[in-house]
Design a protein around this ligand. Structure first.
Ligand SMILES: [Zn+2]
Length: 275
């Protein structure tokens, strides 16, 4: 399967300067470690078994293997005392079983009128969230300086990585992600202004942001976002510039750390279930 994966290079001197910022020595591929902890709550057993059987973390491990990291990075599935959360701290990414449980609960019961499958409504946001946490990790590991909110930058890097993939798969993952933000925004509305206090954008903003990046990456494929006025024209017209800004940042600070031959191999064979 062919993938859309830019081979654009950064100047060698810049790449070397970036690679040398690591405090951990030699960077290497295949640095992702994965752990499934048994959940404390019995009602999460089913999620735990499902994730293990589907080898979700192993697939994530393979997907992230092309990133040359200066030290191992661990992804742990665990129960989080009822919080449907995911977070990065100190070279550990935690993914909560409650998060998957919540996504399963919020998914549409059948394929929606605009073609979003129940599967994509779970896989899209789960993958986006895992990549968002991975983004926090690489900002830390590569000492990436960030203007603006790190949460926005993490969302942007996650969406950008998805948009490097096969177009059909990228489109399904982005639509699933947008669905989750829209669902979350309805909950936020009932919580008055508290969502504005978050270090994250509001779910509604994140919804428009991810759609804007998709439209900016491929205005033809995502043309209905503008023609159906899902993305207002004033925003849509700026999305190619927004996408290019993120692409420039990716090429400058992330791409030098990616084993491109491995990325083409691993990301090219990514498959997402169709039901
Ligand atoms: Zn975050």
């Amino acid at each position: 399967m062919l993938i859309v994966y830019s081979k654009a290079m950064v100047p060698a001197a810049l790449a070397l300067a970036i690679l040398n910022t690591s405090a951990f020595g030699e960077a290497a591929t295949n640095q992702i470690q994965v752990v499934y902890e048994a959940p404390k709550e019995r009602d999460l057993e089913i999620v735990y078994k499902d994730m293990k059987e589907r080898r979700v973390l192993e697939r994530l491990q393979e997907f992230l293997s092309p990133f040359k990291l200066p030290r191992p990075l661990k992804f742990t599935f665990q129960s989080c005392d009822g919080e449907d959360d995911a977070f990065y701290f100190d070279y550990d990414v935690t993914l909560c079983y409650e998060l998957v449980d919540e996504l399963q609960w919020a998914k549409p019961r059948k394929t929606t009128e605009d073609g979003l499958t129940p599967h994509d409504a779970v896989a899209g946001p789960f993958f986006s969230i895992a990549l968002h946490e991975f983004a926090h990790a690489v900002f830390d590991l590569y000492n990436v300086p960030i203007f603006g909110r790190e949460e926005d930058a993490a969302d942007q890097l996650a969406a950008y990585i998805i948009l490097l993939l096969d177009k059909t798969i990228a489109s399904r993952l982005i639509r699933g992600t947008a669905y989750e933000f829209l669902t979350e925004s309805k909950e936020e509305k009932s919580e008055s202004t508290i969502a504005y206090a978050s270090e994250h954008g509001t779910a509604e903003q994140r919804y428009y942001n991810v759609l804007c990046l998709a439209f900016g990456a491929d205005p033809k494929r995502f043309s209905s976002l503008k023609s159906k006025n899902i993305l207002p024209e004033e925003r849509a017209d700026a999305c190619q510039d927004e996408f290019e800004q993120i692409e420039d940042a990716y090429k400058a600070v992330i791409l030098p750390h990616v084993d491109q031959a491995l990325a083409e191999k691993v990301w090219g064979k990514l498959e997402v279930r169709t039901n």
